[in-house]
Design a protein around this ligand. Structure first.
Ligand code: PGA
Length: 255
């Protein structure tokens, strides 16, 4: 199966940006710019507070709304957390799990992610699982070891027949928000490695799973990255905050 049979996904991770009013203005500017690109899945990842408004404003469009995190329990004494059931109620389509900022700043663990990923699938969400190495790990030659550890642990409880439903975003931590993009060779090598790791569980899943690249993707470098055989889309931070560059990245994925 060639990469052309996997529908590209461009997802904008807004992080802690955009009020509801900002999000509404963005989506009003984005939707008309998407009409000519029909072969690309598009996602936005607003803050929890803007999720409901974005679900309402994107209904009937190709834009899927993803939460940026989720707890694995149905309910309980977990102050500040949000469950899959709560997200289902407002018809969220997916959830970003294990973003490096959650891992590094908020103590997200592989142990928790091993519960979150299957929980998200069971709730009917598309999980976007983020993995990636630090600069130090890359310099030490530990990139593959880190990716193997994260993929094996975080997907351990996902049944083989559902593996292909998980989207995996390879995001080298040194490239996030730094303006330093991985070279096409680095991105291709790591995304192919991620796919091969999935292939150790199921060859069929490896062929179908979407692997995204993330880390300083911009309108002017997107085409080169998205043309790589094992890169099936992008998780975009900074360049997803304005409709125009984000739409340009979507267009590059559809080219
Ligand atoms: P960036 O963020 O595009 O601003 O580097 C990517 C991400 O954190 O997903």
């Amino acid at each position: 199966m060639s990469s052309s049979t996997r529908t590209p996904l461009i997802a904008g991770n807004w992080k802690m940006h955009k009020t509801i009013a900002d999000a509404e203005a963005f989506i009003g500017a984005l939707l008309p710019r998407l009409s000519s690109v029909e072969t690309v899945d598009v996602g936005i990842c607003p803050s929890y507070l803007a999720l409901q408004a974005m679900v309402d404003s994107t209904r009937g469009s190709r834009v899927r709304v993803y939460a940026q995190n989720m707890h694995y329990a149905d309910e309980g004494a977990f102050t500040g957390e949000v469950s899959a059931q709560m997200l289902s109620e407002i018809e969220v389509g997916g959830v970003v799990l294990g973003h490096s900022e959650r891992r590094q700043l908020f103590g997200e663990t592989d142990k928790a992610l091993a519960l979150k990923v299957p929980k998200a699938l069971a709730a009917g969400f598309e999980p976007i699982l983020c993995v990636g190495e630090t600069e130090e790990e890359r310099e030490r030659g530990d990139t593959e070891r880190k990716l193997r550890h994260q993929i094996q642990e975080d997907l351990a409880k996902v049944p083989e027949e559902r593996l292909a439903e998980v989207v995996i975003a390879y995001e080298p931590i040194w490239a996030i928000g730094t303006g330093l993009t991985a070279s096409p060779e680095q991105a291709q090598e790591a995304c192919a490695f991620v796919r091969a790791l999935v292939g150790q569980r199921s060859q069929d899943a490896a062929e179908r799973v979407r692997v995204l690249y993330g880390g300083s993707v911009k309108a002017d470098n997107a085409a080169e990255l998205l043309a790589l055989p094992d890169v099936d889309g992008a998780l975009v931070g900074g360049a997803s905050l304005e409709a125009e560059p984000f739409a340009a990245i979507v267009a590059a994925a559809g080219a």
